[in-house]
Each structure stands twice: as C-alpha cells, then as structure tokens.
Unconditional design. Structure first.
Length: 288
C-alpha cells in the first residue's frame, strides 16, 4: 500500500476514534443531566420480579383510562392526551418493561407477557376496575390482547391507528436494520445531536417533550424498542386471533397515520383521540 494512502487511512481512523470517544462522552454526560432534569413523574411498582413505571392523574367515579403506548413510545408519548383526559377522569399511562423508567425484567419481550405484567401492575397499584384501554399502533394490538386475556378488567377499547396487517418481509428487514443501528447511534451521541428520532418532540408540551427527546436518544430504551419491533408480525397475529367478548365496546380510529412508530405529538391529532375516548366513555354511562 502506498505511504500516502496508508497515512490517509490512519488519519481517518484516528479521526473516527476521536469523534466516537467525544460522542460517547457527550452522550453519557447528557444522559446523566437528563436523569436529574426528568425524574419519573409516577411511581415504580412491582409487576412480577421487576418494577414498572406507572403514572396516574385525575380522579373520577367513572372507569379509569389506561394508555398503551405505540412502538418506541412510553408514558410521555401521551403528553397531550393524558393532561386533557385528567381534567375530568382518572387516567394512567405506563412504561412497558425496558422502556422509559421501567426495569427490563429477566425475560425477553413477549407480547403474551404484556397483559400479565399490566394486570399485575394495576392490581398492585390499587387502581379500580373496569378500565377503558386505549392503545396506539403497536399499543393498540397489545391493548386488544390484554382485553382478551382479562375481559373482566376491561369496559371498553379505543384502538388508535391499529395496524391493519403484518409487515412485508422487505419492510421487516428495513425495520430490523433501523432498530439494530439506532442503539449504537445513541451510544455515540449521534441521535442526540441530530435528533433524527426525536424531531417530533418540539410539538409536545413540557415536560413530556423533554422526556420523549431524552429516551428516544437512550440506547437502553431503543434496544428494548428494537426487541418489540422484531416481533411486530407475531404481535399482530396474536391480536388478530384474540377473542374479545362482544360486550366490550370497541372503537377504532385512524389519526396519526400508518407509520409504525407514529405518536400523537400533534395537538390537533391528540385532541381527536381525546374526543374519541370521551365519546366512548359517555356511551358507557346508563341513560337517565
């Protein structure tokens, strides 16, 4: 190899290593600052052998609304929806295992385990049944699985942007590549600097905006998100085969579109979701 090329490659390698070290250091410092700036707003409660983060607000004699976040999302994904609903009802959001402030637990992601963990979480928290389950995207599929697993816990279902069908093989490979790369980009600070995943954050109210931006640049959160996305088709198949009793009222509404990681970051879109939830709850009330 000519000396000029060797020197060029060596210099390039040095630059790459230097930038990686700088990025990793920046990521570590930014994460540490974010931990202090954005402590978990709710409580960490036992849900089996690990703790999950549960955030409940509002108070009402009616059914409690339980929010199931979309893929890559967390409790802060409901930054517009939860405060609006909490004005006149009880509403709870939570972080699935390994997402947000929740612990990973000792097992890999299993869509069949989500209902069990949520049931245990709400039981240990002392939240009153029956619940109105609300899920968006991937969370809508999980909400349907939960309603079939624990029908006595559920009064109604609101499915926002429910996935219409399984992902094609090409889409799955593209999704898997992105999900695999994202945690590594987060570790080197690239995602935090470019905000390529959290670009929608500015449309959210504080503190949800900052929380969401922080976790969408956290490698631990993104690694767990990748494990969920890897079982996209299995989760959808389980939801499609879930036998939800006819007595459980359900409504489906398309708001944020078919993007698999879409969140209700737009205020107007979130308002539509709030109206749909309120309308369904009103229909549950007996006529005077």
């Amino acid at each position: 190899m000519p000396p000029v090329i060797r020197r060029t490659l060596t210099l390039a390698l040095i630059v790459i290593v230097f930038l990686t070290l700088v990025g990793t250091t920046y990521q570590g410092m930014a994460t540490a600052l974010a931990r202090r700036q954005y402590p978990h707003p709710g409580s960490k409660i036992k849900a089996g052998r690990h703790q999950l983060h549960l955030y409940c607000t509002g108070d009402s004699s009616g059914p409690t609304v339980v929010l199931e976040a979309p893929a890559t999302g967390m409790s802060a994904s409901w930054g517009w929806v939860q405060p609006a609903l909490a004005e006149d009802m009880r509403v709870c959001s939570y972080d699935r295992a390994g997402l947000g402030w929740s612990e990973w637990g000792s097992t890999a992601f299993d869509p069949a385990a989500v209902p069990v963990q949520l049931h245990t979480l709400l039981t240990n928290a002392g939240e009153k049944r029956p619940f109105v389950l609300v899920g968006q995207g991937f969370g809508a599929a999980l909400a349907r699985i939960t309603a079939a697993r624990y029908p006595d816990d559920v009064a109604a279902l609101v499915l926002i942007d429910p996935p219409a069908s399984a992902a094609e093989a090409t889409d799955l490979r593209r999704m898997a590549r992105r999900a695999t790369i994202s945690p590594w980009l987060a570790r080197t600070g690239v995602l935090r600097v470019t905000r390529s995943l959290s670009g929608s954050g500015p449309d959210m109210p504080e503190p949800a905006k900052g929380m969401l931006e922080t976790f969408l640049a956290r490698p631990d959160h993104l690694t767990r998100s990748a494990l969920e996305l890897a079982q996209w088709n299995e989760t959808l198949a389980m939801a499609e085969n879930a036998a939800v009793p006819q007595r459980i009222k359900a409504v489906s509404i398309d708001i944020a579109g078919p993007e698999r990681t879409a969140m209700l970051t737009d205020r107007a879109a979130a308002a539509r979701a709030v109206d749909a939830i309120r309308s369904l709850i009103s229909s549950l009330s007996p006529a005077p």
